[in-house]
Design a protein around this ligand. Structure first.
Ligand code: AP5
Length: 193
């Protein structure tokens, strides 16, 4: 199982990745969580990326690739992974493809979680009030949504052309979203070569 979860901030990528990874017994790898761990540990990478994340801008590709390489290689050797938040640009997707091809671990399915912007803002403003994530203020949330529209939506066409892209309605209770993702994967995976 090698799966990408693509969706705007607040669409439920993290929530769903944990559940789907547990269901299939594969690793969940979140680029945002890995970067935030570096910030919490005050590493050189953490100090470099903190401002990008606080502003809601994308972290430079080379840093993201460095942070992800080892966990992805390890998970590929152990039976697979669900990638949450990576790739976010076509350039990242192309770089990831070259690395994965060497490992014989190319991604086959991408899931796109579709949620209206007003609901995304509602969810993230709520999380900001509860958990205080630096990028969950309304101004930064709106910037993150713009970055998604500009930089990440071209990925949808990229994966639709190259792999299997499945769009799931993420604007329903989390359990219903999980059930639809698992039903789609169980339907599609046996048909893949
Ligand atoms: P990242 O950590 O990936 O954040 P994000 O994409 O902004 O996504 P979120 O974590 O905010 O939302 P989510 O879609 O995971 O939803 P979640 O399940 O958490 O990235 C953060 C930053 O790191 C980026 O801005 C960038 O700077 C940097 N970065 C990361 N990857 C990068 C990359 N590849 N390249 C460059 N830079 C990178 O849910 C959100 C909330 O909604 C929660 O409170 C949850 O409880 C709630 N919720 C979830 N599902 C539902 C539901 N169905 N109904 C109601 N509420 C729900």
């Amino acid at each position: 199982m090698r799966l990408l979860l693509i969706g705007p901030p607040g669409s439920g990528k993290g929530t769903q990745a944990v559940r789907v990874a547990e269901h299939y017994g594969v690793a969940h790898i979140s680029s945002g969580d890995l970067l935030r761990r570096h910030i919490a540990a005050n590493t050189t990478i953490g100090r470099t990326v903190a401002d990008y994340i606080a502003r809601g801008d994308l972290v430079p590709d080379s840093i993201v690739m460095d942070v992800l390489r080892k966990p992805v290689e390890e998970a590929a050797n152990r039976g697979g992974y669900i990638l949450d938040g990576f790739p976010r640009t076509v350039q990242q997707a192309e770089a990831a493809y070259l690395v994965a091809r060497k490992l014989g671990a190319s991604v086959r399915i991408a899931i796109y979680l579709q949620v209206p912007a007003a609901e995304l803002v509602r969810r993230l403003v709520g999380r900001g009030a509860r958990e205080g994530r630096t990028d969950d203020t309304e101004a930064v949330i709106r910037h993150r949504l713009d970055v998604f529209d500009t930089s990440t939506t071209p990925l949808l066409e990229y994966y639709d052309r190259r792999e299997t892209l499945v769009t799931i309605d993420g604007n329903q209770p989390a359990d219903a979203v999980t059930a639809q993702i698992i039903a789609a994967l169980d339907r599609i995976r046996p048909q893949l070569p």
